[in-house]
Design a protein around this ligand. Structure first.
Ligand SMILES: NC(=O)c1ccc[n+]([C@@H]2O[C@H](COP(=O)([O-])OP(=O)(O)OC[C@H]3O[C@@H](n4cnc5c(N)ncnc54)[C@H](OP(=O)(O)O)[C@@H]3O)[C@@H](O)[C@H]2O)c1
Length: 354
């Protein structure tokens, strides 16, 4: 099978580097172009990207020239993965979709637009049907498909099987978010060392609204938001990679802790059924130890490292009706960002949407 040519926008940043890592040796996609800002354009990738990841930068991308972010730079790419800041994405992504590219985006700019799919492949693959609606309404040959914010992906993966089995009325979440979630140079070390920052701009709004769209029902040409009340309090903590969420859930029906653990353990979705290259065998790993999950270990969980989330400390919550509470932790830059977009593109390819 000939590989599909792809490009990464914002390739020098935190998420961009993860894209490069995941796509450098991908069985279906061939990485043809890397773009960033004017600051980086014209430089070899090895010079422009401050690579902080393990393993080291793949040899064959080191000499690739970083291109300016424009239609011309990615004209040969069928799929364009976007790790651009939201304000830049708002201009660039629609123009590329209009020019015929499939844009798989991490940016928040278009996520909540009615005709833009906001997809976690294990949770709401059927929402990809909005691509047709988007093309009809906007007259585009290409399309924009988005993945949620990094915190949302991690806790909604755990919420989905619970919702399907027991119903969910209300969810309270308190997040402990890694510094890599703020991007390269996002939080000064003097601010985050020995500290917890009790505010992340726009994060609570995203964590309260995106899940309702993802868990909503596709009816005709639109998504009816899920009828769940969500309250989020979001915090930055001195962890490099891996967001952890404490979730307190009011169920519609009473459930035993063991039954909740079992539905989480058994959960599989379309990516597992289709054996997509970036799909972990188990999207959710349940750990029994009282001291789990911890981001230091959970960030690499899964048969595809970083693509599973880890749930632990499932217990009853006496303060809520039919209440349960648990912690869930996952890799914000892989399952929460680049890996999420790559999995979306793999699903589109498998469903003949590319
Ligand atoms: N980090 C996460 O865990 C995470 C998770 C989910 C979603 N996201 C979203 O993903 C996107 C990228 O986040 P990040 O953490 O990777 O940010 P980042 O580390 O700050 O990287 C931003 C990237 O965008 C490029 N860029 C900045 N201004 C640009 C411009 N005017 N034109 C073209 N390119 C420009 C930068 O290039 P230069 O190097 O040349 O400046 C860099 O490659 C954001 O929308 C973010 O909200 C991030």
């Amino acid at each position: 099978m000939a590989k599909i040519p792809v490009a990464v926008l914002g390739a020098t940043g935190m998420v961009g580097q993860r894209f490069v890592q995941l796509l450098a040796d991908h069985p279906w996609f061939s990485l043809e172009a890397l773009t960033a800002s004017e600051r980086s354009a014209g430089k070899p990738y090895a010079e422009a990207a401050k690579w902080y990841l393990h393993p080291p930068m793949p040899e064959h991308v080191k000499d690739m020239e970083v291109l300016p972010t424009s239609g011309e730079s990615v004209e040969d790419a069928e799929v364009v993965f976007s790790a651009l800041p939201a304000d830049v994405a708002r201009e660039v992504e629609p123009a590329l979709a209009e020019a015929g590219h499939v844009v798989a985006s991490n940016a928040s700019a278009l996520r909540m637009e009615e005709d833009v799919p906001l997809v976690i492949p294990e949770v709401n693959p059927e929402h990809l049907r909005l691509i047709e609606v988007q093309r009809d309404r906007r007259g585009w040959d290409g399309c924009v498909v988005t993945n949620p914010n990094c915190t949302t992906i991690i806790f909604v993966l755990a919420l989905k099987p619970i919702l399907d089995s027991f119903g969910v009325r209300r969810v309270l979440v308190a997040t402990m978010q890694a510094i890599s979630g703020a991007g390269y140079g996002g939080v000064p070390s003097m601010t985050i060392q020995d500290n917890v920052i009790p505010f992340i701009a726009k994060e609570e709004e995203k964590s309260q609204t995106e899940p309702l769209k993802i868990l909503g029902r596709l009816e005709g040409d639109e998504v009816r938001p899920a009828q769940i009340k969500i309250s989020a309090s979001c915090h930055r903590v001195p962890v490099l990679d891996g967001h952890t969420v404490a979730a307190f859930v009011e169920l519609e029906r009473e459930a035993e802790v063991g039954d909740v653990a079992n539905v989480l353990r058994r959960f599989r979705g379309k990516p597992q059924e289709l054996e997509l290259p970036t799909a972990p065998e188990r999207p959710i790993i349940v750990e029994e130890g009282q001291d789990r999950p911890q981001p230091r270990f959970a960030r690499w969980a899964g048969s595809v490292p970083g693509m599973s989330v880890v749930v632990g400390r499932i217990r009853r919550d006496q303060a809520l009706e039919n209440g349960i509470k648990f912690l869930v932790s996952g890799n914000n830059a892989i399952r929460g960002a680049a890996g999420a977009s790559v999995l979306n593109a793999e699903l589109m390819k498998a469903e003949n949407l590319l």
